[in-house]
Design a protein around this ligand. Structure first.
Ligand code: GLN
Length: 446
């Protein structure tokens, strides 16, 4: 299996991988074979995976899609990837992504854009674009992603794969290059809900090295697949629309509702009134945290260094050369909204909006709603270079960011095709730590 995937990666021109690790893969696969022969095989024994290049991997270059980390090789392993290796999985290599996971199309990567296997010159979504494209093109059995505002679910939707953003705290953030720490979560991208469920079960754990990791037993998400949806109450939030709403997306949403009704679920209209403020608040909170997290890239401790006349000159030259345009834009926005005099007007206000968004979801779930069904993204994959305006790009996240703002679990499931024959996804949003409850519902839609 490992050999087959390595051959497929070699032959592929999607630019999904930044680094391929054939030697490491063979070593791990052989160790798996030995354990299988001894009858001590584990849950993911010998399963070849791709890892988003935001997860630190010991002894394997980890770039975060940035020039500034272009030569960075960690001396430690992220908790999530360690959990996967402990379950017997095999590392094929590190997957391309938007620089520091900032983007919705994989076009901000310093290692070039990733192509979507669904069409000529199409983006795979982002920021986990390499992960989604590699899974869709059968270059790996499954992949890890991270999701700060939609970066697992949106690329999954654009490539007809399944992506899960778990509840904040479910997967450890330790060893994952930080973007916006109060929003970042790791999760799987896979070809089926079942594969994604198995991967999530193995990725999740309590980790004392991440102070926001939560001490809750990890359910057997695979067993949960069989739960059925009879009597489940599915909320349909009326605010999850764009203007104009693409007819195929609207029709698909209705189709999803019908599938769930036919399977015995009850459909309940709900209102999440603060949804319209989520995107604006996200694009204050996320850059604020990013500007702080990215202060560490100063040419002293990690990666790239560009000499200057003095130490300040060295910092400036390093950051000017090392960061791309989108990352610089986020740092500028972030430092602005955190600066004295603007903090109350922007950052504090965005935090208040964040509380209101979380309260909307709580109120819906208090009405015995088991899950919410929405579209994942406002449209299908678009052309490379097709959205040059950053604000237009940010609109891609309109249905996914509220879930991160509230810390809830969300899953994107391939549901149908656009007028132009490209994949569209539907999103299920669940109660905190009830990813297991989403599994049987997702199965009805896939
Ligand atoms: N597209 C969003 C952004 O650029 C989300 C990215 C993510 O989830 N990592 O911030």
């Amino acid at each position: 299996l490992t050999e087959a995937y390595l051959t497929a990666i070699e032959a592929s021109d999607l630019n999904a991988f930044i680094t391929v690790t054939p030697e490491r893969a063979h070593e791990m696969a052989e160790a798996s074979d030995t354990r299988l022969a001894a009858g001590t095989g584990r849950a993911l024994e010998g399963i070849p995976l791709g890892i988003k290049d935001l997860f630190c991997t010991e002894g394997v270059r980890t770039t975060a899609g940035s020039k500034i980390l272009g030569n960075f090789t960690p001396t430690y392993e992220s908790t999530v990837t360690q959990n996967l290796w402990d379950a017997g999985a095999v590392l094929l290599g590190k997957l391309n992504l938007d620089e520091f996971a900032m983007g919705s199309s994989n076009e901000t990567s310093a290692f070039g854009p990733v192509l979507n296997p669904w069409g000529e010159n199409l983006v795979p979504g982002g920021s986990s674009g390499g992960s989604a494209a590699a899974v869709a093109a059968h270059l790996c059995a499954g992949a890890t992603g991270t999701d700060t505002g939609g970066s697992i679910r949106q690329p999954a939707a654009l490539t007809a794969t399944v992506g899960i953003k778990p509840t904040y705290g479910r997967c450890s953030r330790w060893g994952i290059v930080a973007f916006a720490s109060s929003l970042d979560q790791a999760g799987p991208i896979a070809r089926t809900v079942k594969d994604a469920a198995i991967l999530l079960r193995e990725m999740a754990s309590l980790d004392l090295k991440d102070s926001t990791s939560v001490d809750r037993p990890v359910p057997d998400y695979e067993a949960a697949l069989e739960g059925g949806v009879k009597g489940k109450r599915i909320g349909i939030p009326k605010e999850y629309r764009v203007d104009p709403m693409p007819p195929a997306l609207d029709a698909l949403w209705q189709q999803g509702i019908d599938w769930l009704k036919d399977a015995g679920a009850e459909i309940v209209p709900v209102s999440l009134p603060h949804t319209k403020y989520a995107l604006a608040a996200y694009y204050i909170v996320a850059p604020a945290e990013a500007s702080s997290n990215l202060a560490r890239y100063d040419g002293v401790r990690y990666g790239l260094r560009v000499e200057g006349d003095d130490i300040i000159g060295m910092y400036e030259a390093t950051r000017a050369a090392g960061f791309g345009d989108e990352v610089k834009r986020r740092i500028l926005i972030g430092t602005y909204v955190l600066s004295a005099g603007y903090y109350d007007a922007y950052y504090l206000r965005a935090q208040k909006v964040r509380s209101l968004i979380a309260r909307d979801f709580n109120r819906a779930f208090e009405k015995d709603i088991d899950a919410l069904l929405t579209p994942t993204a406002p449209g299908p994959a678009f052309s490379i270079g097709g959205k040059p305006d950053p604000v237009e790009m940010y609109l891609n996240d309109v249905f996914t960011v509220p879930v991160n703002m509230a810390g809830l679990p969300g899953i994107s499931v391939p549901a149908g095709l656009s007028e132009t024959g490209l994949p569209l996804g539907l999103q299920l949003i669940g109660r905190p730590f009830e990813e297991d409850g989403l599994m049987p519902i997702a199965r009805v839609i896939e």
